[in-house]
Design a protein around this ligand. Sequence first.
Ligand SMILES: *Cc1c(COP(=O)(O)O)cnc(C)c1O
Length: 561
Amino acid sequence: MASRNKTAQASIESMYRVFTVPEAPQSTLGQVDEYISRNLAGFLQEHIVAVEKDLNEVEKDFSDSTIPEKPIFVSEQAQFLLDKLVAQSVHTAAPSFIGHMTSALPHFMLPLSKIMIALNQNLVKTETSKAFTPLERQVIGMLHRLVFQEDKAFYRRWMHDPFHALGSMCSGGTVANLSALWVARNLAFPAEANFRGVNREGLFRALQYYGYQGAAVLVSERGHYSLRKAADILGIGHDYIIPIATNRENKIDVDALRTECIRLRSEKIKILSIVGIAGTTETGNVDPLDEMAEVAREFGAQFHVDAAWGGPTLFSRKYAPILKGIEKADSVTIDAHKQLYVPMGCGLVLFKNPASVNAIEHHAQYIIRKGSKDLGSTTLEGSRPGMAMLIHSGLRIIGRDGYEILIDLGIDKAKAYARMIEAHPNFELITEPELNILTYRYRPDYAAEALKIADDEHRKKINIMLGRITKYIQKSQRERGKAFVSRTRLNPRQYEGDPCVVFRVVLANPLTTEKILTSILDEQVEIASEKGISDEFQALQKACARVMSASKSQQVAASRS
Ligand SMILES: *Cc1c(COP(=O)(O)O)cnc(C)c1O
């Protein structure tokens, strides 16, 4: 088993490592193609994150607002793009780029994506996509099965049914979440004898008719900001995305959730949806989905799971149990351009019930007619590319086995990094990785001592100072261009909710080694000794010393009395 895994892992890694340049070309366009490929290969294999050039400088290359009168050669444009655009883009594929959810792609995606561009299919209707439509339905079916695990007969029955859909494909997690809440809203206020449905009469009339004072969506305070956008568009309003407190592990407090539901019910506010998160964007934690499903059922709300990041964890036999309860969701968002490793611009929402999407069905005379297999009748977007082809390719070329390896590698590596941070005198782990995301900050050991005993006022002060130091290190490291971690602000329980600036790390690139992680910490330590931040350190030392001596004199006073 272990040796089989080693071979399998090596084969997955080679998909990221080996970049092949196409055969020598015959035509001029072919030459351009070959030239670009060679240059991109070079770019992708460089292990630096960014060449530091001020964005204001870069802007100068893109400052002319006139549309060129005369055409130029493709080769000329290609050279421009390589020099000005590629050279000043970010190496999201670099193994030391561990700050964001955007990471390396397996290299087979590049040649295969040419098929998609070449054919230029439009998935809004079968007339412009033919085989791409059943392919997309199959991909949605496969991912539906990964999440909901219905039996074969279920998929035979529903996958290609013209009056139903198991999900809706879109450009990313934002539109997926919006689509899910759109369905939830429409299901909450359906048509009846004297009401034509919220989709026709609007939210104001719907609330009046059903006797509500408003409509709300509940999600933990770690919810993604896309939910607020959705609430805005759907006429619910931001203020009705109700943030529920989280516990120490950044998971929703289910008691607080239930209490809020009771309050809303007494105020005649309709609960459209309760949203569980499988992989919070900042800390990678997973809500107790099982318990949330129960609360949703109790209050007659839809249960949506935002698994934009964490969904593919289901491929891992070891870690899938963390997502227990996801199969009870009414809808689930998965971002394919995150942990399914397909190119940017691909997400989907899955619906447990094949009839759910009928709540947002739209028809037109010339296309997406009722009863056609056109996917456009149940998607928010109209014209859409055949991205499903690339999910299909990933699922077949990488396979369940391969995705399992990718997931396990990331989570195990995050755990290893957490241990490195904990063992280091100058760093503090702020959030333990549950999936492959963790946060930490710069905190010398003398500050740890002081924080333990400081009163509220001094603790806050020290946390602010540590925040400035962490921010400085993060910015300098990015500017140096060798490595990148991101930065966010959390309110950790261990510091009574003080705002704390932290480094945020996302480990999704299989080529990120522990050696690279060590060198990232080393560089951060090195930056901390720079002159630019020495004043801040002096202030910190003073503040910590003051806390220590105050506590000592208190102890002395206490022992005397
Ligand atoms: C990334 C993410 C989103 C938004 O997805 P986009 O693809 O950026 O639109 C929503 N929710 C969570 C939890 C995410 O991680």
